[in-house]
Write a protein that binds this ligand. Structure first.
Ligand code: T1G
Length: 701
């Protein structure tokens, strides 16, 4: 059991002890009910304290148990809470650090709550595509009021205990402890003070009134607001329904309604996807052959080489985390330009009220510049973001090898070059790693950490820790062309080109994938990033991989200088100073002429085929990336696509989505695409890993 029981004088203490966050798994639930039974049977015990060991009171139901029989095995969470409510002896919850989800619901089933200041209190189930399923939607409105409770439940955001304790009329917190350190003693004293109370003298949250003065009108307003903000996500509106039930129904009827709504969400694809992401995001920081306790190098100062768009954005990440940054450039005017850009970005945030002036000044005070490599000698981590050409990287890394102190980590922001070759420019390949940021680097959450053959395990552990500090989702990639994300997006883009040849228009393709949920279709994305980037890669491919065929439309577009927004025209036309993508007759004529040149008779292509060919291209290449060991987990690939490429969150990422569709169905579609003479039959051979999983009736992950 993962709950401990002891008696201190006349106070029984039940301690949740299920690290890391006292998830209320089956063993913990059994521990609670066993402890409760002992306390009730012991005449010497006159009151009970429930508390949590370690870093949390409780992070809620055990997410790792979801979808398994244990999640619902009695005593399930609902019955544990009912048992607490039925106790004939007073129960005091002693709450510290984190009290979330089922953990808060458990506390609401107790008679009293003593809470440490600084405790994060939340019902975050909506972030998992669920709603509080153990009475939270019925009890929280009774202790905080309908509106405060509804805001917390629909947002899923944590609120600090001292803030809630200050709300007039709140009944969530009976006593705010002096400190986390004194919490337990204060809770025991509180328990003694209520000893002997029993029956109706014991306060139950369920008996508190729950009304809203405007009733239906308020909930209709809430539905309109929430409905408008939660497209593609069913849970938020169900949260409103559950809280409305609390305001309209008797408690037990409301509890039954909550249960109905909760079970209706548990198996929605959106909740399954969001729960997958919760685990995948945390699993991404785990590197199979790098132990969690691998010693990390201390990163107290960072140097960035290159003050361009990437260098500036990268620098801001560290400044935002309070880490001093020294930027090196070759010319003063480049430094001045880079600094001006960083200032402009911060000033824009201050203007929008997203950043306080004093914070802006603190961050700028951490930034220094230099024109000399010699001034980088004390940096703990040096990240180069210079021109994407191996010769330039060689010069930089040879200089870094000369000046950087022993133990400094030397990182390249390269997005396409071989990190092993870069490491070989130094005498310290074990200190070299790729840190591939995505533009804009200070905004995009994704960071591909590229592991060279000789990259040290402590270097990897350090960089993964730094990534968490600068709030990036870091995913480890092996060394290959394009790492994980760009290697997959190349196949996605190839399919987009073939679809134009065969009969689709850029706007049809973009509309289809944007309807599927992508933030931006491939052609709008090309116009934003610059079509010349893909053009350069295809030119390189023509020599390196002559077997890799592409539609020529993209090259013909670039030959017209239509690189996208930066040239005022790309796959779409753009009005000066505007980003609105306007379908272009020039492009449609170019595509039509190209079909004639190639002797292609255009055909009508369904949105379904468009989405399948683009998404399954990602899946097939993703499977090959797993086979090659470039990514270690399919969830890592999902995290790359969700945080770096605008894949719809509620679909869980390309690999998760394919598993939900069923790999058998995905493989059958691939085989159909392989028969298309205009396509690349070799590419559409389902990857061996997919064939193996289909044969075993399994999925990714
Ligand atoms: N169950 C199981 N494991 C959990 C967990 C949970 N609820 N919460 C966190 N973990 C694991 C996590 O996977 C990681 O594991 C480790 O703890 C540290 O997490 C009926 C149905 C609590 C604020 O949604 O918000 O109750 O990777 O890196 O930054 O109504 O975790 O080390 O193996 O995030 O200090 C509702 C989710 C559940 C809270 C701590 N509760 N967790 O943040 O650490 S549904 C939640 C968090 C529910 C009831 C419903 C955060 C945290 P590993 P971490 P952190």
């Amino acid at each position: 059991m993962t709950a401990e029981y002891k008696v201190l004088g006349e106070v029984a203490v039940i301690t949740l002890a299920n690290p890391p966050v006292n998830g209320l798994g089956f063993a913990t639930r059994v521990g609670i009910t066993d402890g409760l039974a002992k306390a009730l049977a012991d005449d010497a015990v006159t009151s009970i304290v429930i508390t949590g060991a370690g870093k949390a009171f409780s992070g809620g139901a055990d997410i790792k148990e979801f979808g398994t029989p244990k999640a619902l095995q009695d005593p399930n969470l609902l019955s544990v809470i009912l048992a607490l409510e039925a106790s004939t002896k007073p129960i005091v919850a002693a709450i510290h650090s984190v009290c979330m989800g089922g953990g808060l619901e458990l506390a609401l089933g107790c008679h009293y709550r003593v809470v440490a200041p600084g405790t994060s209190i939340a019902l975050p189930e909506v972030k998992l595509g669920l709603l509080p399923g153990a009475g939270g939607t019925q009890r929280l409105p009774r202790v905080l009021g309908v509106e405060t409770a509804l805001n917390m439940i629909v947002s899923g955001e944590a609120v600090k205990s001292e803030m809630l304790a200050g709300l007039p009329g709140q009944k969530l917190i009976d006593q705010l402890a002096g400190s986390a350190e004194s919490l337990f003693d204060e809770a025991v004293i509180y328990a003694k003070s209520v000893a002997g109370k029993t029956g109706d003298a014991l306060p139950l949250v369920r008996n508190l009134p729950c009304k809203h003065p405007q009733g239906d009108a308020y909930f209709q307003f809430a539905r309109n607001m929430v409905g408008g903000m939660s497209k593609n996500y069913p849970a938020p509106l169900k949260c409103v329904d559950a809280v409305a039930a609390a305001a309209k129904m008797k408690f037990d009827d409301g509890l039954a309604e909550e249960r109905r709504l909760f079970t209706g969400l548990m198996f929605t694809p959106e909740s399954i996807a969001l729960r997958h992401l919760f685990m995948a995001e945390r699993a991404a920081s785990k590197i199979p052959d790098v132990a969690d306790d691998t010693p990390k190098r201390e990163i107290k100062s960072v140097a960035v080489i290159g003050a361009g768009t990437m260098g500036g954005g990268i620098s801001m990440n560290f400044l935002n985390a309070g880490i001093p940054v020294k930027i090196l450039e070759m010319k003063q005017e480049a430094l001045d330009r880079g600094l001006a850009t960083i200032k402009r970005n911060y000033e824009a945030q201050v203007k929008k009220g997203k950043l306080k002036q004093d914070k802006y000044e603190q961050r700028m005070a951490l930034l220094t510049t230099t024109l000399s490599y010699d001034e980088l000698k004390d940096a703990d981590l040096i990240i180069e973001a210079v021109f994407e050409e191996l010769g330039v990287k060689e010069k930089v890394f040879k200089e870094l090898d000369r000046v950087a102190k022993p133990g400094a980590i030397l990182a390249s922001n390269t997005s396409t070059l071989d990190v092993d070759k870069i490491a070989a420019f130094t005498e310290r390949p074990q200190d070299v790693v790729g840190m591939h940021f995505f533009s804009p680097a200070n905004v995009m959450k994704l960071l591909e950490v590229v592991r060279g053959a000789k990259t040290g395990k402590d270097v990897l552990a350090t960089v993964m820790g730094v990534a968490k500090k600068i709030k990036k989702t870091a995913v480890v990639s092996g060394v290959c062309d394009g790492f994980i994300g760009n290697r997959m997006i190349e196949q996605y883009s190839r399919q987009a080109g073939f679809l134009l040849d065969e009969g689709a228009t850029p706007q049809q393709v973009d509309r289809a994938v944007e309807k599927f949920g992508f933030a931006m279709g491939p052609f709008r994305m090309g116009d934003l990033a610059g079509n010349d980037i893909g053009w350069a890669i295809r030119k390189r491919r023509a020599t390196e991989r002559a077997d890799m065929k592409y539609s020529r439309t993209a090259d013909k577009l670039c030959e017209l200088g239509r690189f996208g927004q930066k040239t005022g025209a790309g796959w779409y036309d753009y009005q000066a100073g505007k980003r609105d993508a306007i379908p272009s007759q020039v492009v449609l004529d170019l595509i039509e002429q190209h079909r004639k040149d190639e002797g292609i008779v255009p055909r009508k292509i369904s949105d379904e085929e468009i989405v399948q060919r683009l998404v399954y291209a990602l899946v097939n290449e993703g499977a090959r990336i797993l086979e090659d060991g470039i990514a270690s987990k399919s969830g890592d690939i999902d995290m790359v696509y969700l945080t770096g490429y605008g894949f719809p969150i509620w679909r869980g990422g390309p690999m998760h989505y394919a598993s939900q569709v069923g790999l058998y169905n995905v493989a059958e579609a691939m085989k159909r695409f392989a028969k298309n003479p205009r396509d690349d039959g070799n590419f559409w051979e389902p990857a061996p890993l997919i064939q193996k999983l289909v044969a075993e009736g399994k999925s990714f992950g």
